[in-house]
Ligand binder design. Structure first.
Ligand SMILES: [Zn+2]
Length: 138
């Protein structure tokens, strides 16, 4: 990965669309595929530099899962992921998809419940939980 890699330094942009995320992946030579994954939402393979997304995901969930799998790629994860890797990838996704002002506004509107904030921000609950862990660690 070069120093100009978009994956090397996540840019906070709450307006990143699914197309933007796929463009980020392609810029790093990562291909994104849709298929049935037998119960999994997404999968990253370092060997194939590929991300697979479950065909039936909602638009909101697909965007969050793709950001999560890009997190695995950016963090150099490979193979079966342990809990620490999973949390790290969700935190990376949260950095990519959420901004402090957007999060603060959502929490003001709907309160701190992760599910409600997730609905407000158009991301999955896992992204909000990871963002809240980041805030607690700060
Ligand atoms: Zn994962």
């Amino acid at each position: 990965m070069t120093s100009t890699s978009l994956l090397a330094t996540p840019k906070t942009s709450p307006t990143l669309t699914m197309t933007d995320l796929v463009t980020i992946a392609h810029a790093d030579g990562i291909r994104v595929w849709w298929r049935h994954l037998n119960g999994r939402d997404g999968q990253w393979s370092a060997r194939h530099r590929s991300i697979w997304l479950e065909h039936d995901l909602t638009a909101v969930k697909a965007r969050s899962v793709l950001a999560h799998e890009l997190g695995h790629a950016a963090l150099g994860h490979d193979g079966p992921q342990n809990e620490q890797h999973e949390l790290g990838a969700w935190q990376w996704a949260a950095q990519l998809l959420l901004s402090q002002p957007a999060y603060a506004t959502a929490e003001t509107v709907v309160g701190p419940h992760p599910g409600a904030v997730a609905d407000e921000l158009g991301v999955s609950r896992s992204v909000v939980l990871a963002y809240q862990r980041t805030l607690e660690a700060a």
